[in-house]
Design a protein around this ligand. Sequence first.
Ligand SMILES: [Zn+2]
Ligand SMILES: [Zn+2]
Length: 369
Amino acid sequence: MPTGKVAVFTTSGVPFDIVELPTPEVEPGGLLVKNTHAVICGSDLHGWRGDGDEPIPPIRKLTGHEFTGVVHSLGNGVETDSLRRPLQEGDRIAFPFFNPCNRCYWCIRGEHHACPHRGRWRTLEQHPYCDAGNADYYYLPQGHYVFKVPEELPTDAVPPVNCALSQVLFGLERAKMDFGDTVVIQGAGGLGVFATAIASEKGASKIIVIDGQQPRLDLAVECGATDTISMVEYPTPQSRVERVKELTHGVGADVVVEVVGVAAATLEGLDMVRVNGKFIDIGNIGGGSIEFPAVKVISNQTQWFGTVHYNPWIIEAALQFLVRTMDRMPVTNVVSHKFPLEKINEAFEFAEWHGREGGTTANRVALTM
Ligand SMILES: [Zn+2]
Ligand SMILES: [Zn+2]
């Protein structure tokens, strides 16, 4: 088997290390991916910065989860993708970056997103190492899910499919957003803009997008936002909540999607949900805390959907969504800057600076392998 370069992450503030490691033997039912593109996701930056309340324990591991590649080698018995379409070496593929076990309490109920054994986050002491995107290779073990990328899609469009796009699509599906719903999207980064486009495709009557950066709000409008709330114009949580109430005739939103990644956004978003409405909480995985009287969600009868990961069918639905909407919305031109894997430290610095300067989902930073 080939060896490949991997970028090793230790903890925030410590530069990535590039090392060469062996790839695993491809077992029957397995698939070795030659990674081609990995996009730097907001959640990668949270870890790199060290945004959580607790310091990250210094364990050497691989990172990168928003990525794509081509088939390098197929294990015995693997001849098709998960929809039984023939698969060959060199085919472009999309796949979840976690592996549901298919034999547990959650998996047998079809709740792959909640499988407690789905993680692939090992340390460098545990073989096989090919378990992340910021590396030359990725290993899909037996029982994996994999989908051929439609020919129409540019490869640059594919990395966000297994993270940002599938995540918000699953969130909205899981909460059963209805045709005609009023939807608030908190945050117009990668996830927020995709959530806007999906809510629009699903027939939302109003899509109110909140962000502090005008270029992001402009992009959200191109993806179907009917109203925007600039955090410059509405600088306090209370003013934004009031604006949402105004725009929804005093009712509040049917669905609020939190994709900010700051704990305070959850507190604010909960106040925007109408009585008996839905709150889809996705962004706050950084570990920040909030405190509020429990009665806030009880008397409001809020349906609160904490959401991490998705079920495998979402990947195919996301790919088809891109094919269907790419001519109408800027959903596929998502990468503006590319760095080779060896320059990962520069790439993270650049992504950080770029984000602060008003970077949008249309000009994200990708690593190429
Ligand atoms: Zn991500
Ligand atoms: Zn399972």
